[in-house]
Write a protein that binds this ligand. Sequence first.
Ligand code: ATP
Length: 496
Amino acid sequence: MSAPNIETIVSLAKRRGFVFPSSEIYGGLGSAWDYGPLGVEICNNVKQAWWRWMVHERDDMEGIDSSIILNPLVWKYSGHEATFNDPFVDCRKCKSRFRADKLQEEYELTHPTEGTVIYGTGVVSFAADNKCPNCGASDWTPARYFNLMFETRIGATAAEKDEVDDVGESILGGRAYLRPETAQGIFINFLNVLTTMRRKVPFGIAQIGKSFRNEVTPGNFIFRTREFEQMEMEYFVRPGNDEKVHQEWIDYCFNWFASLGISASNLRLYEQPPEELAHYAKRTVDIHYRFFPEREEEERQWDELMGIANRTDFDLKAHSKKPEDAEGKRLNPDSTEDLSYFDEATKERYYPYVIEPAAGVNRTVLAVLMDAYSERTNDKGEKRVILKLHPVLAPIKVAVLPLAKNKPEIVGMAKAIKRSLQPVMRAVYDDTGGIGKLYARQDEIGTPFCVTIDHQSLEDEAVTVRDRDSWEQERVKVADLQQHLQQKLQAPVPSE
Ligand code: ATP
């Protein structure tokens, strides 16, 4: 089972402290969200799981953490200034704004026999009889492009300066961008990492961090926001080995999501058709999650969780000082380095190809929450929500609950047990309700285990450990408790 729709998760997330609408006391800010006490834990757990899998458990990987604001020349030569655009259209009747390509996709799904309209780079073809999802009219403005990068200004004098003056240095006192992807921070550090870590191709550089895109139509909760977090890795390979390595990364990444307990029936691979490919990509395969199970048409239930692109040698070449055009003019007159690689073994110099698996932290959290959602009816016929999160991702690993909160010995023992567990796992103490209510609360936030201290515990030094998914209980000696829980928390979750 998974959540019937994103709305179910929105309400659970707000009710239980995962995610709140941002700036709510001032009326909110469209499609911005704040992560609450449980949300920050699950985000951190996703990032840690990715980092462990991507960096620590491999021999061919390094990590970095680059700046959010880079020299604007990075975005000039990466192609973002010229091409990081989305086409948008406005409904003349109700004034709503939509991404033309998304409406077009909708249109093609509902008019499959009419074939695909291909977008040119300057002019957008747009099926004008598309109906406005808001008011149903078909009265559109022409489609226009909009650059998604957030502009900002740097320095105390920035306010008086416009763009670049003729000294060059003023670029740094003028316009800059918040990065729209973490990848470029990796490319510009390629040589630094290669030389300081004495790496040889093939190897990869991973980074987790915030990215910003002035999305035309953010929405669907944390699925598409203007500020989000990415987990990206750039894997540098010898040209010619790129296709094989690309396929290997597609398989690894798919298996990683499955290893987080996401059901394989809610994951699929999507091969981007040529007209969808980014300007730098030779081939891109996306991992889709079934984010919209409520939609009748199967094809419309899926959307992107991760993209795995073969970026060729586009980026390293674009940031290098050497490549020249047909007339012998440098393609990048601003770069001071050549980012080619010298292969000692074959005595060859080349620009490595790059395989890029890029996932969103927030979309992963949404997929994980949706997939973990399940309902169960208890003996009294009451519906209970259980979040069957993989233990590695669960915000809280164990809740310690005293059966009688007015008995100081029981409360004292429960608090001591909680304190003994907290250096090794996220543990909480709760005595703010009857035991049934406390269990229900922990089930709903995905806590894998509850430990209950009762009168007998004072005599036999044992506690009851209750399992979230089966609701089964077992008696465990306090002396063995930590090891018992640690073993269970590391055990892989059984798939349904
Ligand atoms: P989309 O087509 O949905 O806009 P994209 O193909 O532009 O996404 P990429 O540039 O490949 O996305 O970024 C890699 C990952 O970053 C995506 O798979 C997604 O998980 C995440 N991501 C991208 N844009 C957003 C956003 N606006 N909000 C949340 N996550 C995002």
